[in-house]
Design a protein around this ligand. Structure first.
Ligand SMILES: *Cc1c(COP(=O)(O)O)cnc(C)c1O
Length: 499
């Protein structure tokens, strides 16, 4: 656009929210971009996380901002009060929860998507083609047939809920969408292991079945669902008149990264005529790692898979995804006739199945773009290597724990999650976790396994290396010694950077 056109446009839109002075805006925008890039590039110089001082919380509280504030001033407040007190999952020392590290590439794509401000609920525009491209890539990676469908959602919690709804409509027929789940619906039962994520239980609640309709099956020593017990529970339920309709298998449990025997479950579901869903929130993307793919054997037989690109896929939050084998069944669970959503043969209202036919959202952002940029820029092989490396680092941590008499391993290391403890009671270990988090050195989390409090390290971030594992262990030993002997700690914390 030349200068004259630009000036003329600025002049006619006095009420618009565009900047009065684009030159000044541009300079500030470049500074924001530079400082954000610096923040990512120099992330190691910062503490992983730091407690929020009371003054900082107080500084944010304010009346409804009726009057304008300079963009530069709002940005200053962000830089001082928000950015330094984020979760810390960009940092290589973040190991507490299964959070992705994000990338600078993903950050740029998110900015580009915001510039387009596209609404991906429907209609005929190229951003939807980008989403469809990713659906096709996922279909190929998981060896799903043509006709499979997929959709971006906030996260796996939502994707699991939608899978429950698709399975519900499949079991009860489309009329249940009009009449409600009724007496038949009250008999439907679903199955997951005791180690399954809590959002599956919540999905059963939200879908109207109640959490009791989810049977929680015992796990073996490796936290994999006991398939014989699953089979027996299904038989018992049938005997007394229930209608088993869904098994939600775990591909990567959140506690220790266990992957259920997906092939055995697939066979059982096929025999029983039950919907086979896989919660692969983080684990499903292990399909990108040739070393790990065998662990997912049988996932290609699933009726649906929920996964997150924002975990092991390193796409910035949020980017959850649901893939459904039979796209028509997926559509039948959500599509709705509405005059204002009428499809035309040509023009902007053209296009076949719209994303709003595949889930509860109408307006939707362009999550697909940051995923497309991430997959293309790095290539899926490289992303797979990151995943393989996370598991190698977990093995490294496991070996170091086993070699250290003051530490004890509490669960087998299946993938990228290590649960261990300092040889002391639960209370001491709980303190150690909080001590380390507050030190800014690393952020492990805590979980309870068989009544024992475990220090949990989930290695997801592509920036994490052996030195970060070493720093975590050194911190556990130092704080452990301090909490048990009253000895002094001598750990070099990263400088609390001013930014
Ligand atoms: C993270 C996770 C979820 C929930 O996913 P969100 O993206 O946080 O909604 C579900 N299941 C498992 C196994 C997870 O790891």
């Amino acid at each position: 656009m030349n200068e004259i056109v630009r000036d003329a446009q600025a002049a006619v839109t006095g009420t618009s929210l565009d900047p009065q002075d684009w030159t000044e805006f541009r300079a500030l925008a470049h500074r924001m971009l530079d400082e954000t890039i610096d923040g990512i590039a120099n992330v190691r110089a910062r503490p992983v996380w730091q407690p929020i001082p009371d003054e900082v919380r107080a500084a944010l509280r304010a009346e409804v901002p009726r009057n304008a504030t300079d963009l530069a001033e709002v940005y200053r407040q962000f830089s001082e009060h928000v950015a330094p007190y984020a979760t810390g999952n960009v940092h290589p020392g973040f190991m507490g929860w299964v959070h992705g590290g994000g990338t600078a590439v993903g950050m740029l794509a998110e900015m580009l998507a915001a510039g387009l401000n596209a609404n991906l609920g429907g209609r005929d525009h190229m951003p939807i083609e980008v989403e469809r491209q990713i659906v096709d890539w996922m279909r190929r990676l998981f060896a799903f047939p043509q006709g499979a469908s997929g959709i971006f959602v906030t996260g796996t919690s939502m994707a699991n809920l939608m899978a429950v709804l698709v399975a519900r409509t499949d079991a009860l027929g489309a009329l249940a969408r009009q009449h409600g789940i009724g007496n038949d619906g009250a008999l439907l039962t679903a199955y997951a292991s005791k180690a399954a994520h809590g959002c599956i239980s919540r999905a059963m609640d939200i879908a109207g079945f109640g959490t009791d309709a989810l049977r929680k099956i015992n796990v073996d020593a490796d936290h994999r669902i006991d398939v014989a017990a699953l089979r027996a529970q299904i038989a018992t339920d049938r005997e007394v008149g229930f209608k088993p309709f869904l098994v939600a298998a775990s591909a990567g449990t959140v506690d220790i990264g266990a992957i259920d025997d997906l092939r055995a479950i697939a066979d059982l579901c096929r025999e029983e005529g039950i919907w086979f869903h896989v919660d692969g929130a983080f684990g499903a993307l292990a399909i990108l790692s040739p070393e790990l793919t065998p662990l997912l054997d049988g996932i290609e037989l699933a009726d649906s898979i929920a996964l997150d690109f924002h975990k092991w896929g390193q796409v910035p939050y949020d980017a959850g995804f649901l893939l459904v084998r039979d796209g028509e069944r997926h559509r039948q669970a959500f599509a709705q006739p509405a005059a204002y959503l009428q499809r035309e043969a040509r023009g902007l209202a053209a296009g076949a199945v719209w994303p709003c036919d595949l889930g509860p959202d109408l307006s939707r952002g362009f999550r697909a773009l940051k995923t497309w940029f991430t997959l293309k820029t790095f290539g899926t092989d490289r992303l797979g290597q990151v995943i393989t490396r996370s598991c190698a680092l977990a093995k490294y941590l496991e070996a170091r724990v086993l070699a250290e008499p003051r530490l004890e391993l509490l669960a087998p290391v299946n993938l990228n999650i290590v649960c261990f403890r300092y040889r002391a009671d639960n209370a001491v270990n709980r303190e150690i976790v909080a001590d380390i988090q507050e030190s800014g050195i690393a952020t492990p989390s805590g979980t309870t396994l068989d009544g024992r409090f475990a220090i949990r390290a989930a290695i997801v971030n592509h920036r994490t290396g052996e030195t970060d594992i070493d720093a975590l262990l050194a911190a556990v030993l130092e704080f452990g010694a301090r909490r048990t002997d009253g000895g002094l700690i001598e750990i070099e914390a990263p400088p609390l950077a001013a930014q």
